[in-house]
Design a protein around this ligand. Structure first.
Ligand SMILES: NC(=O)c1ccc[n+]([C@@H]2O[C@H](COP(=O)([O-])OP(=O)(O)OC[C@H]3O[C@@H](n4cnc5c(N)ncnc54)[C@H](OP(=O)(O)O)[C@@H]3O)[C@@H](O)[C@H]2O)c1
Length: 441
């Protein structure tokens, strides 16, 4: 009950301050928004710090955020975050504290799922940065939030620094789309961008780890699994389809060589870690992995840790580019979500759009950027590929490799053709999807 009293105070203030901020009204004080914080790691600590630092600017919106309680794994660990809040490792103690909003920054599916469910079940609004949680249980949690008349926001879970998910969630007509193409993992993009300077994948990864962009265990990033989780969030939002991230075909980054990056540049393009999906009914064509983008593609110049997404919306493609992650930008987006919740006139529950389970997930067809290692003559390679109906639009020898750009072909056909080339000439091949501006097909 106390929770709703506080929220009502905030809403009354917000309603009365459409022109004036609360600090402009004599005798009007911002209401305290008590926050329960799940996790005090990189993101949780940055959030606690920002909540303190931003309190005077948020007062003009009618509220002051105060972290009232925080849940961690180990209470004995030393913390840099200055918190007057209770810090506990006990779920019951955490939930005993009355709060207006819960901010989840634990990571992983459990115990985040159990704790978020419990919060929503009690009608407490939840804001999360956890893509694994939303990819695995987003639809179910949204339905629970709707039943309980409360909010669930996860803007920080996918391209944390670019607030586009909430905008589209509120605007279901503009959000109707037939596909998305995106760079969703800053670590992978940093690695491929760094390799343009000529270094190996291993050296670029070590560089990313030294700068703190990559985790000590970078496997989720470089395998594409992290991007696949974010892609499933986009597929649910824009395609209204549920898909298990594990069903999305992945290619890791380790197959990319420095010479491939240089060849891509010579072919007027760039190799980027691309996540893409297109849907038709309940069938999805999706893939996460390194891909060749022609230089005119909207994402070809998205470099370093920056992320980007092109949405093939029914009413025209839309492109968003910006910071993907980092504790400070993630904390800012989490706090903006909190701010929206407490200043809304009416609680905005998740939308009730019908969502269906995807019936099939297959790799999309595309053109291809090929690397063939060996001494075979380019004309022989072109003839052999042509006998499988694969026509090269560009073919060039560079040192001991031949690089080629081909016409559109399914994955099975390209691999059959490349196996035949290898059998006839000994040339070992690697194939990357090649995407032009109209990437979905
Ligand atoms: N880092 C980024 O730039 C970024 C960007 C966007 C989204 N995110 C998302 O934000 C979330 C948090 O990331 P992070 O980098 O802050 O992770 P992190 O540094 O590992 O912090 C995790 C926090 O959760 C606590 N925790 C973990 N398991 C727990 C358990 N079983 N019970 C209680 N507490 C537990 C940890 O407690 P201890 O401190 O006691 O270990 C720690 O405080 C993840 O979902 C991540 O995907 C991160």
């Amino acid at each position: 009950l106390e929770r709703f009293v506080v929220t009502t105070t905030v809403l009354d203030l917000a309603a009365g301050t459409s022109v004036l901020g609360s600090e402009d009204i004599p005798g009007c004080h911002p209401a305290t928004c008590r926050i329960g914080l799940l996790g005090l790691g990189n993101v949780g600590s940055a959030f606690a710090r920002l909540a303190r630092e931003a309190s005077s600017s948020l007062a003009s919106r009618g509220f002051t955020p105060v972290v009232a309680t925080a849940l961690v794994r180990s209470v004995t660990r030393e913390r840099s975050a200055q918190l007057s809040a209770q810090i506990t490792d006990d779920h019951e103690t955490f939930f005993a504290e009355p709060v207006d909003v819960i901010v989840e920054a634990l990571g992983g599916v459990e115990p985040a799922y159990t704790l978020v469910r419990r919060a929503l079940d009690r009608g407490i609004p939840v804001v999360t940065a956890n893509k694994s949680l939303i990819a695995a249980h987003g639809d179910e949690l949204a339905r629970l939030a709707r039943r309980r008349g409360t909010a669930l926001r996860y803007e920080a879970a996918c391209i944390a620094g670019v607030p586009f998910l909430g905008t589209f969630e509120r605007r279901s007509l503009v959000a109707r789309a037939s596909g998305v193409t995106a760079i969703l993992n800053g670590t992978s993009n940093y690695i491929l961008t760094t390799m343009t300077r000529g270094g190996s994948f291993e050296a670029a990864l070590a560089d990313a780890q030294r700068l703190g962009y990559a985790e000590p265990d970078p496997s989720m990033d470089v395998s594409g699994a992290d991007a696949a989780e974010k892609l499933t969030i986009l597929i649910r939002l824009f395609g209204r389809l549920l898909v298990d991230p594990a069903a999305i075909p992945l290619d890791g980054l380790a197959s990319v060589e420095a010479d491939d990056i240089a060849a891509a540049a010579a072919f007027d393009g760039a190799i980027r870690p691309v996540s893409r999906a297109a849907w038709d009914g309940t069938a999805i064509r999706a893939h996460v992995g390194p891909a060749f983008l022609t230089g005119t593609h909207a994402l070809a110049r998205v470099a370093g840790v920056t992320n980007g997404v092109v949405i093939d919306a029914e009413r025209g493609a839309q492109c968003y580019i910006g910071p993907g992650a980092g504790p400070d930008v993630t904390a800012a987006t989490l706090l903006d979500d909190v701010s929206e919740i407490v200043t809304e006139r009416r609680v905005r529950t998740p939308p009730s759009d019908a969502v269906s389970a995807a019936t099939a997930v297959t790799r999309p067809d595309s053109a291809w950027f090929l690397r063939l290692t060996g001494t075979a003559r380019p004309s022989d390679i072109a003839d052999l590929l042509g006998s499988y109906g694969i026509w090269c639009t560009r073919l060039e020898r560079r040192g001991d490799r031949v690089y080629a750009l081909t016409c559109h072909a399914g994955q099975a056909r390209i691999h059959t053709a490349l196996d035949a080339v290898q059998a006839a000439t000994g040339a070992a091949a690697a194939a990357f999807p090649a995407l032009a501006e109209e990437a979905q097909s």
